[in-house]
Design a binder for this molecule. Sequence first.
Ligand code: ATP
Ligand code: MG
Length: 758
Amino acid sequence: EEDDISRSPENLSNFAVKFNNNSRLGESVDFVLRQKLRVWCRFSDTCWELGHVQSLSGQNAKILSNGKISTVAVESLLPANPDILDGTEDLINLSYLNEPSLLHSLKCRYTDDNIYTKAGPVLVAVNPFKKVHLYGNDFLEAYNHRRLGSPHTYAVADAAFSELMRDGVNQSIIISGESGAGKTETAKIAMQYLAALGGGSGIALKIMHTNPILEAFGNAKTSRNDNSSRFGKLFEMQFSMTGSLCGAKIQTFLLEKSRVVQHVKGERSYHIFYQLCAGASLDLKDKLNLKSSHEYDYLKQSDCLSISDVDDAQMFQMLMKAFDNVGICKEDQENAFAALAVVLWLGNVKFEVIDNENHVQVIPAEGVTTAAKLMGCEIDELMLALSTHTIQAGNDSIVQRLTLQQAIDTRDALAKSIYASLFEWLVEQVNISLEAGKRHTGRCINILDIFGFESFHNNSFEQFCINYTNERLQQHFIRHLFKLEQEEYTQDGIDWSNVDFIDNTECLNLFEKKPLGLLSLLDEESNFPKATDLTLAVKFQQHLSSNPCFKGEIDGAFKIRHYAGEVLYDTSRFLEKNRDPIYSDTVQLLQICSCKLFQSFASRMLNQSKPLTIPHWLNGTDSQKHSVGTKFKAQLFRLMQRLESTTPHFIRCIKPNSKQLPGMFENDIVLEQLRCCGVLEVVRISRSGYPTRFTHQHFAQRYGFLLLRDVDFLDPLSVSISILYQFHILPEMYQVGYTKLFFRSGQIVALENARKRT
Ligand code: ATP
Ligand code: MG
């Protein structure tokens, strides 16, 4: 009998075989077809339409979709979920976990402004690009102590807080997603919840006011996000034994300092420069000889000085307020502004060629005179430092003139390192003012807002570091998911061994293995003065081609197979970016500046890279001990160590379109991100295990009446077992735990249908 599959063992075993052989996310469509249920018809990789099966003949099916009947090959069909599951709060509830079903669920919710959805233990947040009514006091109240259960960043923060208080184990909220997906906003929303919960005291206000400061100095307009964070950050919120907020600490990662001197058309440098130019008082403008932003070469190069709907002058006022609230004193504020003006004026320094070997001198003009004045050094000293280099040869020092390109590099390197030092110094000042002091208990919730996986047309050293970070975080993520699953299985006494475990160790080895991993080979090559990016690429190819995650390409390129997909990297400028040379003459100049802040910048630069590192065109004999790659790896290891000792909570932010527009949900863009941030991984992991779970009671209650024999006198477990037998659910499709039944996905459909028909 065709339409009652649930009572036909033959069909069921057919279903089981299909299920097991299916490597894609999709399940066997057999059952759905025979039942004439809803299906997804595939028109292209990302275009699926919902339809109803009308009839079946051989390998084709007649499908009613959008009011039309068409013939579709069975292999282009995937089962769709019953419409009752359309708005489900947790994707794991779906009977069919295929890609179109996941997308459909997210989209249905998104259309109703339900931007949050769970995927098992992970919260998925789809950026609304508009104000949604999900925040503020009423919602803060409602989520407190899990009174409101629907998915929300507040709920995640609440869970972290409760677990911190209950178990005394530190927590972390790990937020990831690509640029513009909403990580920073989500981090602020989590902070807001925790500040309200632990709050009332002045510290909560202080903590919230660190955001405008960090964003002014660390965010910029890019082509993908008008307020893009150009650094990673870990925000540690510290609590007392009784759960009140008592301090905070910020750690930052990999500020993109090249943006200070260079950015592409349509993008901007850091917000603070434009805010300062637009919002400074007349008095401050006078002190810093400040002009408007279009007069600075560093700012005007990209033909983009403003952001629509953003008033830089007003932002500057908010920044000043934030400075005051956080407790950054007026003197520090003014010093910081002076350092910014120095960077801007350095950008206006020009050189003229004075001989036929392209050697230069600085043109004495407003740029160099203002910069020298603000730094507290002589104009001549600054001019020399920017146009010459001193080489120590025994006891003698020889002064060499720089060529035009060398001088420009020296100037830009000085501007970049002043800005990077300023950023670090500022974060330190903020940290000092947020310190918990005596009340520090060690209890904390970390909020990690860090760059997501990146794959562009052109990928360089920055993407290399970013994607390496994401491999590490992905490993952390997968291990946690498996641990959670495993714990639940073991607790309920069921067999865990037939769930396979896939992780990304191989790719991590590719980066980290010593001496033959990408990072150590890169350092080795960075130490050869004569090495070039091409010799680096050859070296990679020579030593790493046996790793399945690596593939050498022509023209100095190579590919890495990341968990989120294959990325093609171009080695050009890898060596230089990894060396990040310090230009000793300018650092020595900073040391003798009368301005204390600049002196401290000099020690900061020297401390970070001992022994002194120098660019290859100067004097290539000193070896480089602390390359950017190695320093970053060490920082990442410390971060991972910190995260390992906490209970993680994952939030995956999704950008629904690349136009930063509300109400637009583009399947291909979303699907790609679900893949990259591991949401499909969660689903895969649950599929490889037993995602559908019922307590014995619940199962017996729900399906007991379908039994053909009288079961009134039986206990719930026995009722459940009888149901399983009666419906011929295959033994490999379920396991019976102490308290729960665990099912492979898709097993419940037959029971649900039988239930509906009765
Ligand atoms: P990047 O990696 O470039 O720093 P990001 O993931 O931190 O990107 P955000 O800056 O947090 O992205 O978000 C980009 C923009 O999206 C925000 O400026 C805001 O306009 C909007 N947005 C994000 N989340 C929300 C939200 N929950 N509600 C309303 N708007 C949001
Ligand atoms: Mg951000």
